[in-house]
Design a protein around this ligand. Structure first.
Ligand SMILES: [Mg+2]
Length: 263
């Protein structure tokens, strides 16, 4: 059961933070470099996400097929998303607003209200999409939780991320949940200090090189890339090949062995 954080209770979260409050794995400090905390990304690491954006984008293209070619529409939508990230943050609501903005743009401000209504409707559908776990998701979190503190670190719309976590059935496995506006080195420094012995003794894994791997390595921790076959263009980045704290996992089934290897 989830319950509000209580003073002195472990584990705890903040703002978007909920806490598990029952079992905290013993963290035995075998050395100053021993890992204490494992951070999991959520979308397209533990459960499907990007495919719902792709499906919606296809419907958006059909809605506006009289006004723009699909490739051109995709480019304009991506540009709108890029412009709007600083205003709306990550998540479905910002995506819907960017679709509306793009519809106004490609129709030279003549988009029918019925199309706007349809865009809003497909956005609401996205907010109801079912949660489908990726292979090994539950087993990987359970295995990591046997020996380490495990935290979920995700960004996006707060309500939507809370909904997805609740529906995933994984919530009670985590010692803490952090829903942040962006995944920056500073965010990782703070989170891993709050839930362990700092980023240097933390490991973050996820499908986004840009958000899950690079900023964690910059914060001094381990960045583990778990590639997913669909990737949002704005999450792409070069891999830090050769960095001693960078690893790639084909899927979550290999996590336990990797944790044991790193120590
Ligand atoms: Mg992700």
């Amino acid at each position: 059961m989830w319950r509000p954080c209580e003073k002195g209770a472990r584990p705890c979260i903040i703002v978007s933070i909920v806490c598990k409050g029952c079992f905290v794995p013993m963290i035995t400090a075998q050395s100053d470099t021993h890992l204490t905390t494992i951070g999991f990304d959520a979308d397209d690491t533990l459960w499907h996400n990007e495919r719902f954006f792709r499906m919606t984008q296809q419907r958006f293209a059909e809605l506006l097929s009289d006004h723009a070619e699909t490739a051109d529409l995709d480019d304009r939508l991506l540009e709108a998303e890029r412009r709007n990230l600083g205003h709306y943050g990550f998540g479905i609501k910002g995506f819907v607003l960017s679709m509306i903005e793009t519809a106004i743009e490609v129709t030279e401000q003549r988009v029918p209200a019925s199309v706007i209504a349809e865009i809003l409707a497909i956005g609401r559908e996205m907010l109801r999409h079912p949660i489908e776990l990726l292979p090994h998701a539950r087993a990987a979190v359970e295995a990591a939780a046997e020996t380490h503190r495990v935290i979920l670190i995700t960004k996006g719309d707060l309500l939507d991320q809370e909904r997805k976590l609740a529906q995933s059935g994984l919530g009670e496995l985590f010692d803490a949940v952090e829903i942040v506006s962006d995944k920056t080195p500073d965010a990782y420094l703070q989170i891993f200090a709050r839930h362990g012995a700092g980023a240097a003794r933390g490991l973050m894994l996820g499908n986004s090189m840009k958000s899950d791997v690079l900023p964690m390595i910059e914060a001094g921790g381990w960045g583990i890339h778990v590639p997913f076959h669909m990737e949002w263009d704005l999450e792409k980045a070069e891999a830090p090949e050769g960095h001693p704290r960078f690893r790639v996992l084909g899927d979550l089934g290999g996590l336990r062995a990797l944790i044991d290897e790193i120590g």
